[in-house]
Design a protein. Structure first.
Length: 107
């Protein structure tokens, strides 16, 4: 099977999966408790992606006070909570990471 055929099939499968949710959600009656639970999915997914990166350096768990990622992450969480602005959160978080790395002398 050629590479282009695999890419095309993967794209169609992804598109079909996403389209099925769009088309079926109008027809299905989803219980209220399930809808309430779905609100927590983005937070859970982002936490699972971001927290391991903040708490580790060079693939080793580092919860020490010399970990600049923890400081930058805490500041980014504070900015996100107060402003609800994604772009500002990213810019301030990245700038803080660079500053904390320079101050703590770690890259």
């Amino acid at each position: 099977m050629s590479l282009w055929l695999v890419i095309l099939l993967a794209g169609l499968l992804t598109f079909g999966t996403r389209l099925s949710f769009i088309l079926l959600l109008d027809r299905l009656k989803i219980p209220a408790w399930f809808r309430r639970g779905l609100r927590f999915v983005p937070v859970a997914v982002l936490s699972a992606i971001i927290l391991p990166e903040l708490a580790s350096r060079n693939t080793v768990l580092d919860l020490s006070l010399r970990n600049p990622q923890l400081y930058a992450g805490a500041l980014a969480v504070l900015v996100a909570w107060r402003t609800r602005n994604v772009l500002l959160t990213i810019v301030i978080g990245m700038a803080a990471l660079l500053i904390f790395q320079a101050v703590l002398g770690m890259v």
